[in-house]
Each structure stands twice: as structure tokens, then as C-alpha cells.
Design a protein around this ligand. Structure first.
Ligand SMILES: Nc1nc2c(c(=O)[nH]1)N[C@@H](CN(C=O)c1ccc(C(=O)N[C@@H](CCC(=O)O)C(=O)O)cc1)CN2
Length: 285
């Protein structure tokens, strides 16, 4: 089977070029889209992602601030920081980098972000709107996967999409977005019995297990499209996904690599959401 590698870096570049044009249009109307990224503690991976977000904002001509807080900060202090950003007119999008340290309740932090500035699409109001198909901020990783499928001409309507993973930020919204495009959706997870029997039926297989190279060719139907959302380190400390790429590419028709697949799309969609949040201030949404 000849396989196409889906180039997330290239597609992210195409998406951000369009965002850049929208930023220029906003600036001509006196609005500079602004993003605030809050980082608690010094998790090296989170630091890399936050720096990449700031660099991308700069490249697109957007304003960004990075708020770095101590690992031991109390929840009350963190909530105060978020509330200050909610009323800061220069800031259109607020993102609190996850994961957060154990003394902080993630749900409370997310619920404190104004839904109008929730460019991560994690606030219960935005999640609810997404569920009923109303305009809302979509979570960046599943939104990015939808763009990858669109740019790669993958047909979704009538296809069987199998999602392995049920997290609030990837698995659950992923299934919902595919359902809205008329896929038949099956969710699998760590308690699913006989995983092969489900994944072998998938026309589109989205893998978000958090387990290094767990999915090999034996799980994949010939010709399936395979999307790997995982980011792990292998035994040689090399970045890799939840899919065993070498094995899977022998049967998949299209497949995302790690790195260079879904990851760059997460940041591109964050830029698109921030731009949308700034545009909304002009239309009073
Ligand atoms: N508040 C949020 N926290 C987290 C999110 C999120 O969407 N919102 N997602 C992830 C981390 N993340 C963005 O924040 C993210 C992860 C990976 C990448 C990426 O570009 N990965 C590259 C490899 C980068 C590397 O060298 O490590 C790739 O896959 O090619 C971007 C963003 C959890 N937290």
C-alpha cells in the first residue's frame, strides 16, 4: 500500500498564512489580537509549547504576554491572575497551560476564564455550544485534526471514525467534531475489551492513548487514515507518537508523523481562535 505522510507543519503554515491576513485586517481597524499564556511551574515540555506560542504570535503580528508563576502558587492567586486578564482590553485570548500542579483544580481555573476569551475551547459554555453545533471556540487539537483531514482531502461523511481516548481536551471533542461532519463514531478507551475488533473497522483512526507506539499495523484496516495525537519519548529519548509509525505506514493510506503531524496544528488553531476572539470584539459577539 502506498502511504501519504500528512505534513502537519506545511498545513499549519497554510493555516497561519490565512490568520496573518486576518490579523492585518484587524490592525487596519485598530485592533491588535492579543493572547495571554499562563504557565505555572517549570515543566520543560510546557515551557517549549508556551515559547512556541509566543514566537508564532510574534510572527503573525499578534500581541502576546507570558505570565510565569511559581510551581507552589495557590489556586486563589492563580484565579486572581485569570480574573485580571478577563478585564484586560489588550487581551482577547487567555490560555492556562496544562497540566497544572496538584494543589490546583483545573476545572475551576478553566471555568474562571471568560468564555469570550477561552481560546482553548475548554470552558463548559464553549463545550456545551460545540455539542449542540453552535458557534464557539473549538479545542485546538481536535480542531487541528479536522483541518488536517480537510487539507488532505479525507472524506468524512459516512465513514467509520474510531477514536482511542476519551479525554475532555482531545478524545471527546474529536468524536463530536467528526460526528458533526457525518462520520459514524466509535469511542474506545483503556477499558475497551478486544480493541482490535473496533480499530480494524476504522476508516479513520484517531489515536490518543498516551502510550508510546501502542498501535501497530495489526490494529489498522488496509487503507485507513491514521491520526496520531500522542507525544512521547522512546527508549532513545526521541519524540514519537502513540502509533508505531514504521509498522502502521505499511497499511495506512494516509498517516500523520510525530513530530510534524498534529502538534504544529494545535498552535496554528490557537492562533485562529485568538484572531476570532479579537474579531468578535468588533461584532459584539
Ligand atoms: N492549555 C492547553 N494545554 C495543553 C494543550 C492545549 O491545547 N491547551 N495541549 C498540549 C500541549 N500543546 C499545546 O499546548 C502542544 C503540544 C505539542 C505541540 C507540538 O508542536 N509538538 C511538536 C513537537 C514539539 C517538541 O519538539 O516537543 C510536534 O508534534 O511536531 C504543540 C502544542 C498539552 N497542554
Amino acid at each position: 500500500m502506498s502511504t501519504t505522510k500528512i505534513d502537519g507543519k506545511q498545513i499549519a503554515g497554510l493555516v497561519t498564512e490565512k490568520v496573518k491576513e486576518r490579523v492585518e485586517n484587524l490592525k487596519s481597524k485598530g485592533v491588535v489580537p492579543g493572547l495571554a499564556v499562563v504557565l505555572v511551574g517549570n515543566n520543560p515540555a510546557s515551557q517549549t509549547y508556551v515559547n512556541n506560542k509566543a514566537k508564532t504570535c510574534e510572527r503573525l503580528g499578534m500581541y502576546s504576554v507570558q505570565i510565569e508563576l511559581d510551581e507552589n502558587i495557590s489556586e486563589v492567586e492563580l484565579l486572581k491572575q485569570v480574573e485580571a486578564l478577563n478585564v484586560d482590553d489588550k487581551i482577547h485570548g487567555i490560555l492556562v497551560q496544562l497540566p497544572l500542579p496538584p494543589q490546583i483544580n483545573e476545572d475551576r481555573v478553566i471555568a474562571t476564564i471568560s468564555p469570550l476569551k477561552d481560546v482553548d475551547g475548554f470552558h463548559p459554555e464553549n463545550v456545551g455550544k460545540m455539542m449542540i453545533g453552535q458557534q464557539s471556540f473549538l479545542p485546538c487539537t481536535p480542531f487541528g485534526v479536522m483541518k488536517l483531514l480537510e487539507y488532505s482531502d479525507v472524506e468524512i461523511a459516512g465513514k467509520h471514525a474510531v477514536i482511542i481516548g476519551r479525554s475532555n481536551i482531545v478524545g471527546k471533542p474529536m468524536g463530536q467534531l467528526l460526528l458533526q461532519k457525518d462520520a459514524t463514531v466509535t469511542y474506545c478507551h483503556s477499558r475497551t475489551k478486544d480493541l482490535h475488533s473496533f480499530t480494524k473497522q476504522a476508516d479513520i483512526l484517531v489515536v490518543a492513548t498516551g502510550r508510546t507506539k501502542m498501535i501497530d499495523a495489526s490494529y489498522i484496516k488496509e487503507g485507513a487514515v491514521v491520526i496520531d495525537v500522542g507525544i512521547n519519548r522512546d527508549e532513545n529519548n526521541k519524540l514519537c507518537g502513540d502509533v508505531d509509525f514504521e509498522s502502521a505506514q505499511k497499511v495506512a493510506s494516509k498517516i500523520t508523523p510525530v513530530p510534524g503531524g498534529v502538534g504544529p496544528m494545535t498552535i496554528a488553531m490557537l492562533m485562529e481562535n485568538t484572531c476570532l476572539a479579537a474579531e468578535n470584539t468588533l461584532t459584539n459577539k
